[in-house]
Design a protein around this ligand. Structure first.
Ligand code: NAD
Ligand code: 0WE
Length: 258
């Protein structure tokens, strides 16, 4: 019997079969969880419906996380299908593309900063607010995806760095807020992986190579490795862990002058 048997998980952030959310969904499904998915817009709907079907799920709902109305609608629709929720996975980030090129102070604008923080950091709190009533009395767990750029400055990640720093602080404040209800909140900081969010970022391939060369394990991580740790963190096996950021990066963050 899987260690997520009987748990219900809502996965936000599936876009393709390369998405980190897909690795997480597969791992959670393997451990016996029942899944629901959201899709950002109608363009992604058919793909998400198809992938959900591959994991035996027919519960797919629209949600653009920049809209309070769509988040409200999401949880009212989910509440009609499920009488409770055990797991919320937030695997969403966005900054306008031109924010992710060149020197930070050249690229950053008030609007770019605001959008990056809204979609990539506030949305976790917003979804957490929506999920909280459905998680009462059942040892719920919330998880978000972060990146090393939250705590180290690196080229081109730019405003996403401050947004991920805000996201990681959100993990700690959300954990403190809902801990008394038995709900845990954690972050998983993944190493670089070639997904849609990484596609078209100039120099990403070189970064993947440098990362693999320097990391203690001398390779990059897969969405399945991230998925397995995500499944663990959201399971009762991790009942003593909350407010924490766990790195799944082949050890890269632990070294210097690798
Ligand atoms: P991805 O492109 O597969 O997933 C990003 C998701 O964000 C997509 O599903 C997209 O639809 C969703 N999204 C963006 N704006 C949205 C909005 N307004 N409303 C709803 N959904 C929205 O890429 P990914 O790499 O799987 O990214 C998932 C998470 O993992 C992100 O938080 C990212 O920062 C993080 N992460 C990625 C890497 C990497 O190298 N790929 C490394 C560490 C952390
Ligand atoms: O968090 C991310 C990427 C998030 C992201 C990606 C895009 C591309 C498309 C946010 N917004 C957008 N906007 C778009 O228009 N990662 C951890 C992957 C990533 O992105 C980088 C990286 C890494 C790693 C950008 C520059 C440098 C390194």
């Amino acid at each position: 019997m899987g260690f997520l048997q009987g748990k219900r998980a809502l996965i936000v952030g599936l876009a393709s079969n390369r998405s980190i959310a897909w690795g997480i969904a597969r791992a959670m499904s393997e451990q016996g969880a029942e899944l629901a998915f959201t899709y950002q817009n109608e363009k992604l709907a058919s793909r998400v419906v198809d992938m959900a079907g591959q994991l035996g799920s027919s519960l797919t709902l629209p949600c653009d996380v920049s809209s309070d109305g769509e988040i409200d609608q999401l949880f009212s629709s989910l509440g009609e299908q499920w009488d409770g929720l055990d797991i919320l996975v937030h695997s969403v980030a966005f900054a306008p593309r031109e924010q992710l090129v060149g020197s930070y102070l050249d690229a950053v604008t008030r609007e770019g900063f605001q959008i990056a923080h809204d979609v990539s950091a506030y949305s976790f709190a917003a979804l957490g607010k929506g999920a909280r009533p459905m998680m009462q009395g059942r040892n719920g767990a919330m998880l978000t995806l972060s990146y090393l750029g939250a705590v180290r400055a690196l080229p081109n990640y730019n405003v996403m760095g401050p947004a991920k720093a805000s996201l990681e602080a959100n993990v700690r404040y959300m954990a403190q807020s809902v801990g008394p209800e038995g709900i845990r909140v954690n972050g998983l900081s993944a190493g670089p992986i070639k997904t849609l969010a990484a596609a078209g970022i100039s120099g990403f391939r070189g970064m993947l190579e440098q990362h693999a060369d320097a990391a203690p394990l001398r390779r990059n991580v897969t969405i399945d490795e991230v998925g397995n740790v995500a499944a663990f963190l959201c399971s009762d096996l991790a009942s003593g862990i909350t407010g924490e950021i766990t790195y799944v990066d082949a050890g890269f963050n632990t070294i210097a002058l690798g």
